[in-house]
Each structure stands twice: as structure tokens, then as C-alpha cells.
Write a protein that binds this ligand. Structure first.
Ligand code: ADP
Ligand code: MG
Length: 405
């Protein structure tokens, strides 16, 4: 009884302490309107943070426990900062405008199969909507002159600084990665007064939709290939561009009927400084690594690519079993509590998964960072070595599962 009371107390203390951190992070996010930084500045705070950014899908502040402690108020003397605030704000706006106009120079040209075609958005015929997320809507569109059907992500230009940053990050990464076969290819951009359009190669679907429509777990050999390609894409992003993805989850992994597996959605990717992310960044709470949920110093985040390795591990368990590995949560706060308090998810024993696969998931889901490998080591794991060698027919499997939905 005494122990149970003690455990309850310590759980309550942890909830309270988490809530204090969330409140502090929200307060900090409110203050980001004062921040000087821009996306190229690694010390920038990203207000799309899971902890309540304006468009966050995970509004944790709405699920606060009944006894919400408020963060201590700082005793700083009040100063009139309006002048410098305005100055910083206009500096940031100028920086964003500058980056957008740089991108505009590259815009309005489609590069398809080595040929370049000037285009405007009127040249694209709408076919159907194929996806939507926090950042925009993705439509299937047809370009008559090149006889190309493509995926076009449309993101509204907004005066909200944080959203502009997200859009720019997405554009910045996707336009640089056409040399990576595991990242969705970009054909070109179009920037109008009101919207930004990213024209991409059309993939078949994302893994989230596939799982929802087929309601069938994905076989291990297919997941072997998916894991291999995602790790290669992440390694490429880190090596070639010094960024980490920060939002690895089934809806950001795309497949097509040729058996390609590609990453998309770079809106909240984070620049790495000395291999560490210095901003809180956003990301889906459900796939978030423990060190991101409960950083030792929430106002000074400091994590690395291994956070993406965790998200890959959670995604693999979900795809292999068909179920999200933290069941029974009523809200994201409860998921976060489970990520911190419960042992890591595992692949169920005696369900036909190979030892290599179980071990791979195990290492991805090490709660202690020290034991969670980075990409080079992961690529030497027997599970990935095996799927580097073996060639399961992803294309036929894809054709088969999508034929009866
Ligand atoms: P958001 O930032 O809004 O999450 P995404 O870039 O992830 O936007 O795109 C949203 C969804 O659109 C994806 O989950 C996927 O289902 C679909 N999608 C995105 N890009 C493509 C593409 N190139 N081909 C096919 N579907 C895509
Ligand atoms: Mg997405």
C-alpha cells in the first residue's frame, strides 16, 4: 500500500514536472515571436513544436491534468523592448523574403528526365486529391506538355513566420535531394502570390494509408527493404545536407508500384550543429523518442539523429503488427507518459518474426541513447545486411495488396 502510494506520488510528481516543462515550452513558443533567428540559424526555436505550436496536431495544453502547476514567473524587471522586437521581426521577415526570392529564381521550371520546361500553375490539370497533412494539400495533377502525372503539394503562403519557416525548410530540402533514390524527387516549384507549389514524382501511396486500407500487417521481408531504404535516406540527409528528418512515421514513407520506397515531408527537418539538433522542432508525439519527450533541459534541446532511429523503430512495430504499439491512450499526453514510463515496445514473441528483425527493433528502441546506434552501425546490423543482399519483390507485393482494396 505504502509502495503503491509512493509510486502514485512519484508518477504525479513526474506528471507535474512534465506539465511544468510543457507550460514553459508553450511560454517559450509564445516568446518566439521575439526570436531573431531564421531557419538557417541552428539556435532557432521552432514554434511548431509538439508542445503546442499554433498548428500542432498535438495540442498538449488541452489535455493538462486537473492540477496544472504554473511555471514560476521570472522576476526580471520590465523593459521596453518594443523597438528591438520590431527590428528583429523585420529582419526575420526580410530574411524569409530573401530566401523565398532566391527560391523563386529556381521556380517555374519543371525538370523531367533531364529536360527543362518552363511552366505556370495553369499548365497543370487537377486530377484528384491524394493527401493532406499539417502543411498543405497534395493533389495529383497532369502536365499535358510533358504527358506527366505528378504529385503537387500546395502550401498557402501566410504571414505567420513559423509557417513560412516550415514551408521554406520543406522546399529547401526537397529541392536538394534529387540525387538520392530514397527521397521523393522534385520536378520543380511554382511560387504564386498566395501559394507555393512543389511538383514531385507521383508515388503510389504512403504506408499509413496502405495500412489503413489493407488492414493487414506488412510482411517482414518488405519491412526489411523499407527499413534499409529509410536508413539510407536518413544517412544521406545527415551526410550530404547536415539535416535530420524529425518526423519519421508511416505517413511520411511513400511506396510505388515499381517497388520504390522514399521519404517525403521535410517541413520540420532540423539542421544539425556538431551532429546535434539545437531546436525543439515539431514531430508527431506518438513516434517521438524519449529524449525528445523529456529532454534534460527542455529550453535548450540537444538531441541527434538517433531520435529518428527511435521513430523508425516505432513505425516498424506498427507496420509489422498492424497496431500502434502504445495502445489504449486517450490523448497524446498519455502516449508521452507511456513513452517515458513504460519499457520500449517490442515485436511480439512467437509471432513468426525472425531473431534479426526482433533484434533490429530492439536496438532502434533503446530508451537509453547510449545503446541506440546511428546509421553507419545500423547498416551493419544483420537485419539490414540481409536485406541489402536479398531482394524481396516489393513491386509484386505492392501490386497484390493494392489490387483488392
Ligand atoms: P504534410 O507536411 O502536410 O504532412 P506530406 O508531404 O507528408 O505533407 O504529404 C501529405 C500526404 O500526401 C502524405 O502522407 C502522402 O499520403 C501524400 N503524398 C505526399 N507526397 C506524395 C507523392 N509524391 N506521391 C504520392 N503521395 C504523396
Ligand atoms: Mg506528412
Amino acid at each position: 500500500m505504502a509502495t503503491a502510494l509512493g509510486e502514485n506520488k512519484s508518477l504525479q510528481e513526474r506528471i507535474n514536472s512534465l506539465q511544468i516543462k510543457l507550460n514553459a515550452a508553450n511560454e517559450e513558443q509564445r516568446k518566439t515571436k521575439l526570436a531573431v533567428n531564421f531557419i538557417d540559424d541552428p539556435h532557432d526555436e521552432d514554434p511548431h513544436d509538439t508542445f503546442g505550436g499554433p498548428n500542432s496536431r498535438h495540442k498538449l495544453q488541452n489535455v493538462s491534468p486537473s492540477t496544472t502547476p504554473t511555471p514560476p514567473r521570472s522576476g526580471r524587471p520590465k523593459m521596453n523592448l518594443n523597438f528591438s522586437r520590431e527590428k528583429r521581426k523585420s529582419e526575420r521577415t526580410t530574411a524569409i523574403e530573401k530566401q523565398l526570392s532566391e527560391l523563386s529564381k529556381k521556380a517555374a521550371i519543371l525538370a523531367i528526365d533531364g529536360e527543362k520546361y518552363p511552366f505556370t500553375i495553369e499548365d497543370l490539370e487537377w486530377v484528384e486529391e491524394i493527401g493532406s497533412g499539417t502543411c498543405g494539400v497534395v493533389n495529383k495533377m497532369f502536365h499535358r506538355a510533358t504527358d506527366t502525372t505528378m504529385a503537387v503539394k500546395m502550401m498557402g503562403r501566410t504571414p505567420i513566420m513559423e509557417e513560412q519557416k516550415r514551408i521554406l525548410m520543406d522546399l529547401d530540402v526537397i529541392t536538394k535531394c534529387n540525387d538520392c533514390p530514397y527521397i521523393v524527387q522534385c520536378y520543380g516549384l511554382f511560387i504564386s502570390q498566395s501559394d507555393v507549389y512543389v511538383c514531385m514524382e507521383l508515388m503510389g501511396t504512403c504506408l499509413e494509408k496502405l495500412l489503413k486500407t489493407t488492414r493487414t500487417p506488412i510482411p517482414e521481408p518488405i519491412l526489411g527493404k523499407i527499413a534499409l531504404y529509410v536508413v539510407k535516406a536518413l544517412q544521406y540527409l545527415k551526410r550530404e545536407h547536415g539535416v535530420m528528418h524529425r518526423d519519421i512515421k508511416p505517413s511520411n514513407i511513400l511506396l510505388d508500384e515499381r517497388g520504390n520506397v522514399k521519404l517525403c515531408d521535410f517541413g520540420i527537418s532540423g539542421r544539425l550543429v556538431d551532429s546535434k539538433a539545437k531546436t525543439k522542432g515539431a514531430g508527431c508525439a506518438a513516434y517521438m523518442a524519449p529524449e525528445r519527450v523529456e529532454p534534460p533541459d527542455p529550453l535548450n534541446p540537444d538531441y541527434d539523429v538517433r531520435a529518428d532511429v527511435w521513430s523508425l523503430g516505432i513505425s516498424l512495430v506498427e507496420l509489422a503488427t498492424g497496431d500502434f504499439p502504445y495502445p489504449g491512450c486517450r490523448n497524446e499526453f498519455e502516449v508521452l507518459m507511456k513513452i517515458i514510463n513504460e519499457p520500449s515496445p517490442l515485436l511480439p514473441a512467437n509471432s513468426g518474426f525472425s531473431e534479426q528483425f526482433q533484434s533490429f527493433v530492439n536496438v532502434c528502441l533503446q530508451k537509453n541513447l547510449k545503446y541506440r546506434p546511428k546509421f553507419d552501425a545500423l547498416l551493419e546490423h544483420p537485419f539490414l545486411v540481409r536485406y541489402e543482399r536479398e531482394t524481396p519483390d516489393v513491386a509484386s507485393w505492392y501490386a497484390n495488396v493494392t489490387s483488392y482494396v
